[in-house]
Design a binder for this molecule. Structure first.
Ligand SMILES: [Zn+2]
Length: 210
């Protein structure tokens, strides 16, 4: 049975099916997405995020977010305005960026749900380990690019799937809250489809220029 890709709406075939996981691979954007019936319910999801975030903080959160901070410092002048989208229950990344002289707003659909911040525009938006949790990536990317100023940067951190990875054994797909996985081609598809000027991929950091 085919499933409609939540990013580009192509009909996708089954890619990996096991007891716990069922993923589809999209022929249009090359995204790999989880079958909706395996999605966590909101209570499980919140529990999972609290756990996930604590894990990251234990294992050296600063090191983990440093590539994002570097990208911001490289492209955005001090006092630039930014949004930490999907900041989690403790907006640690935005605190680091504020210390660097930036003005930050935060948003998280579960933990910081003040939607008024989505009615402003920003010089940059950071999404640290967020975009793989998008149930509706097309709507989310439209929203993010809409609130980015011209020449603004959307800086995302996620683990891209590459051909050399054995998906079946890959740790990243095992997190049940990871519902949409990207490949290099998916990032190019996003750039082309949303008429974004440029995308640069540096390992796990993806930087879009509007
Ligand atoms: Zn697709």
């Amino acid at each position: 049975m085919k499933h409609t890709c939540p990013l580009c709406a192509s009909a996708a075939d089954s890619f990996l099916k096991s007891v716990k996981h069922h993923f589809f691979l999209c022929p249009g954007c090359k995204g790999i997405f989880r079958e909706p019936k395996h999605f966590l319910n909101p209570v499980e999801e919140k529990k999972r995020y609290l756990h996930h975030r604590n894990d990251m903080e234990d294992t050296g959160y600063y090191k983990f977010v440093l590539p994002i901070i570097d990208q911001v410092k490289q492209h955005i002048p001090e006092r630039g305005s930014g949004l930490d989208f999907g900041c989690g229950h403790r907006p640690v990344l935005s605190n680091y960026l504020e210390r660097e002289g930036y003005k930050l707003s935060v948003f998280d659909p579960i933990f910081q749900n003040d939607t008024s911040v989505l009615n402003q525009t920003y010089d940059f938006i950071v999404c640290c380990e967020v975009i793989e949790h998008f149930f509706h990536p097309s709507e989310e990317f439209v929203k993010l690019f809409n609130i980015l100023k011209p020449q603004g940067k959307l800086i995302c951190k996620t683990h891209l799937f590459e051909k050399e990875i054995d998906f079946d054994k890959w740790y990243y797909k095992n997190d049940p809250s990871h519902v949409f996985i990207y490949q290099h081609e998916t990032m190019n598809w996003i750039k082309n489809n949303y008429r974004i000027k440029d995308v640069k991929i540096d390992d796990r950091v993806i930087t879009f220029t509007k």
